[in-house]
Design a binder for this molecule. Structure first.
Ligand code: GTP
Length: 371
């Protein structure tokens, strides 16, 4: 079995992080997000993986090489211009040798791939779509099934007067029979959701849905990206922490120093080579990247800091994401889902709130922003 992972999107909802790191490579728990998908595939015996790249294509190969260090064999195929989800799979057709799986490159899940494949075979399905239940079906396109699990139709987002017939939505993982690619036009934009799947139904082909209660999260927005960290720290899905558990629920990798007098409470994790000064506070649900410095009296809570971040004396970061090499001066406050791009420097006594996003390498002069 092979897997095709779609990693070519621009990740606009996660800007400014995605200006300098493509979404599938943004660290989750200090590891490139895609490594979670490789690990899931490996657990189910899928090691032959094709990465369909477009946006920032060369960075993927630099990050993973041939995949051997991660226990997988990677093939990279790059589009000259983005071909949308199904067009991207058509573009890798020459590497496909049998039925294959497709993954959106931004979904964190512990879906039972082996069970999904067994279901696909048992039903004689030509395409099987993983489905996940959602609490508010009115916000999504829905996929109702018959009693056998066969897809009846693909519904657009229901309007206020429409009856809600199911709470199942497309979870972005598919099993596909290879001959179906014959009906996809080459070198053209083509969508699974809007064109390919509805086309199969129109022809009366057996398309099945595989509903699952497995953990599932699309990490594509800042809120979901933070939530993915919180959920892993809360052990909602399997994860092997790196480094050492230095206090209960506090994991730190090598060369990280937590000075006496610093208060670090779990669940949280710190990468390599960090320095947490005496008087600093790191509260639960925080993830600190490699080579970060947290100065005295600084507070980090429910936040994600990528590599090389410096949080100045008395500054506070709550429920926000700081990109690589962000520097906060003294007494800066960052709260409520702000996202600071790579290399942003915030001068002393600024307050950043209400989901502010600051583009990479910008500098904010001291005492400029207040709420
Ligand atoms: P947003 O711009 O924030 O919506 O994110 P996105 O660009 O990732 O789009 P979306 O979340 O809808 O994409 C779902 C998956 O398909 C992601 O893993 C994308 O990387 C991937 N993807 C989207 N469009 C293309 C494309 O044209 N080519 C390839 N190869 N992958 C794509």
């Amino acid at each position: 079995m092979q897997a095709v992972i779609l990693v070519g999107g621009e990740g606009t909802r996660l800007r400014p992080l995605t200006y300098t790191i493509p979404k599938p490579l943004i660290p989750l728990m200090n590891r490139p997000f895609l490594s979670f998908q490789f690990e899931l595939c490996r657990r189910h015996g899928i090691t032959d993986i094709i990465l369909s790249t477009s946006y920032m294509a060369s960075i993927f190969q630099e990050a993973f090489g041939d995949g051997s260090s991660l226990g997988v064999k990677l093939t990279y195929v790059t589009e000259e211009s983005p071909l949308d989800t199904c067009g991207a799979v058509k573009n890798v057709e020459e590497h496909i040798r049998g039925p294959f799986m497709v993954f959106n490159g931004d979904v964190l899940t512990d879906l039972d791939l082996s069970a999904m494949l067994a279901f696909h075979r048992q039903k004689g399905s030509v395409t099987t779509i993983s489905l996940t239940p959602v609490e508010d079906p009115s916000a999504y396109g829905l996929v109702p099934l018959d009693d056998e699990g066969r897809v009846l139709e693909f519904l657009e987002k229901p309007g206020p007067d429409d009856e809600i017939v199911t709470n199942l939505i497309n979870a972005g993982t598919y099993v596909i029979e290879p001959e179906l690619l014959d009906r996809v036009p080459a070198a053209q934009r083509y969508s699974f959701e809007r064109q390919f799947f509805p086309g199969l139904l129109a022809e009366g082909l057996p398309v099945y849905g595989f509903p699952s209660d497995a953990y599932w999260l699309d990490i594509g927005t800042p809120a979901k990206y933070l939530q993915a960290h919180h959920d892993i720290l809360d052990r909602l899905l399997p994860f092997d922490f790196s480094g050492e558990e230095v206090f209960p629920g506090v994991w730190a990798e090598e060369d990280t120093v937590i000075e006496e007098g610093a208060l670090v409470s779990g669940p949280c994790c710190l990468g390599r080579g960090c320095h947490v000064s005496s008087g600093a506070v790191i509260r639960g649900h925080s993830v600190v990247g490699n080579d970060c410095c947290i100065a005295p009296e600084a507070v980090v809570e429910g936040a994600v800091l990528l590599d090389g971040v410096r949080v100045g004396e008395g500054s506070e970061v709550h429920g926000s994401v700081l990109g690589r090499r962000v520097r906060l001066g003294r007494k800066v406050e960052v709260r409520d889902l702000c996202v600071l791009g790579e290399g942003v420097a915030v001068g002393d006594h600024n307050q950043l709130r209400m989901g502010l996003r600051i583009w990479p390498e910008r500098e904010i002069a001291p005492d400029t922003l207040h709420f």
